[in-house]
Ligand binder design. Structure first.
Ligand code: ZN
Length: 492
């Protein structure tokens, strides 16, 4: 068959258009990262990051990533957010009410980034240093009107089809809270029936390989409420957040890519209790987890997006205290050996359980040993307690020993102790103040957080934007579509 010049021209044009379409399609595919990490420091605002930098004497990796932005955090129905609403915003791109997880304010379930990634054939990992059914991680796979529906969340976890859960454990496997929508039997059994290999100690954790298939890996020592211990309370027996992250990378790495969410949940818990040292050490461990992802990014720079943010600030931590004016002394924090919680459990409880009335003189060596606060010493020693501080400590000690005292029944004692053990929280307050760190609250605050990013299209994380934009930007970069059509019913 012979073609005339017009036909030849038309064929050539068609070939040219096909070629352009091919180039466009392949370049679009090439820019969508195969590997996506979202790190969420729970309660990690700007002061928490800055305090860790000052404590270390150098910048955290998260503060050295090339693109930095400011993120607002409010919930749909409250200026100061909670982890369920904030988690939902970052998982689904949608504002919801306080306490709601994975649903809009009308309680309609919304699809999450993690579910979209799974539906697109990617592997999915969810890691947290608190229980993996806690509000932040749950917002990526569960859809519940109230975050306290732990049994329902545990069932959603078992049925998620996600590939890796790592970190803390689950809070209500037997529906002891009696708030399940439908009881389907013990949640651990459901998790195993759904094909998960469960490990609960370091030896079994270290043996895990991709051949094990779906995995739920937790730690032998659960400090309380299903959470890993505070980093500063751990020993080499404990599996750290960075190790859970590294294992996730090994287990999830595959041709179709993965989405991994890693939460540093205990930064928040330390800040609720106003324990700066515990918060800083968990922030540093969180940063080490980010380092694992960054090393992976360095090996796959064109295919890996790494985003790090916080869900809200917690505690109203600030750097600067009236009592120390312009002075800061972060090295003073290095005298603290255990978290407030471990001190309460090990020392305060032992004193409370003594048969004879305990003597404050016997408590003094423990205060010096565990917090570095001294009752005597040279005038220029910043760790020597002033008289007004000793008065505060004795008052708190007496309240701690008097177990009949309702610790937070009146506004004045609530502001002083926040419902925590009075002695422990007073010691962290005084130590923190000596370092130049002060607190305004035992709850979250409304100040914005920093979001940091590296990888394809990471420059879009510069500037000031809302927490819902984090999900929408990631969906857009992943080619999942940053429009609200994705934030619709789960089973549509
Ligand atoms: Zn919190």
């Amino acid at each position: 068959m012979l073609l005339n010049s017009r036909q030849v021209k038309s064929v050539l044009t068609s070939i040219w258009i096909l070629f352009l379409l091919f180039v466009f399609a392949s370049s679009a595919a090439a820019t969508a990262p195969k590997y996506v990490f979202l790190f969420i420091g729970d309660g990690m605002g700007i002061p928490q990051r800055m305090a860790a930098n000052e404590y270390l004497g150098h910048k955290l990796l998260v503060d050295r990533l090339p693109y930095q932005g400011i993120t607002t955090t409010h919930a749909a129905d409250r200026f100061i957010t909670g982890s369920a609403a904030a988690g939902t915003a970052m998982a689904s791109g949608l504002k919801t009410n306080i306490g709601v997880g994975g649903m809009d304010p009308n309680l309609k379930p919304v699809k999450t980034l993690a579910e979209l990634a799974r539906d697109n054939g990617m592997k999915v990992g969810i890691i947290s240093s608190v229980s993996v059914d806690h509000a932040t991680p749950a917002a990526f796979y569960a859809h519940v009107p109230t975050r306290g529906q732990y049994y329902d969340i545990d069932v959603a976890l078992a049925e998620s089809g996600f590939d890796y859960f790592g970190g803390g454990t689950i809070k209500d496997p037997d529906n002891d809270r009696d708030n399940a929508t439908t009881f389907k039997g013990n949640a651990w059994e459901l998790i195993r029936e759904n094909g998960y290999k469960v490990t609960q100690n370091r030896a079994d954790f270290e043996k895990l390989t991709p051949a094990d298939g779906k995995v739920f890996a937790t730690n032998e020592w659960i400090q309380n409420s299903g959470a890993l211990p505070y980093q500063m309370d751990t020993s080499s027996k404990d599996i750290s957040l960075s190790e859970f992250t590294q294992k996730g990378i090994e287990l999830l790495d595959n041709e179709n890519g993965f989405f991994m969410m890693v939460e540093g949940g205990k930064i928040d818990w330390a800040c609720h209790a106003n324990d700066a040292t515990a918060a800083i050490k968990d922030t540093i461990e969180f940063d080490k987890a980010v380092e694992k992802a960054y090393a992976f990014y360095k090996n796959h720079p064109d295919d890996t997006l790494l985003v790090v943010t916080g869900d809200h600030e917690c505690g109203g931590m600030t750097l600067g205290f009236a009592g120390t004016k312009y002075q800061t002394y972060f090295d003073g924090l290095k005298g603290q050996k255990v978290s407030f919680r471990q001190f309460t459990e090990d020392i305060v409880t032992a004193f409370q359980e003594k048969d004879v009335t305990p003597n404050f003189e016997d408590m003094k060596p423990h205060i010096t040993n565990y917090f570095g606060l001294k009752f005597k010493g040279a005038a220029d020693d910043l760790m020597v307690l002033a008289n007004h501080e000793i008065t505060q400590i004795i008052e708190a000690y007496q309240r701690s020993m008097d177990k009949n005292v309702e610790k937070s029944s009146d506004p004045r004692t609530y502001i002083m102790y926040g419902g925590y053990d009075p002695l422990s929280v007073t010691l962290t307050h005084i130590l923190n103040q000596k370092a130049g760190i002060a607190w305004t609250s035992y709850k979250h605050t409304g100040v914005p957080v920093t979001t940091s990013a590296v990888g394809p299209d990471a420059e879009t994380f510069q500037g000031m934007y809302d927490n819902t934009d984090i999900a929408l930007k990631i969906m857009d970069i992943m080619g999942l579509g940053a429009t609200f059509k994705y934030a619709t019913a789960v089973n549509n």
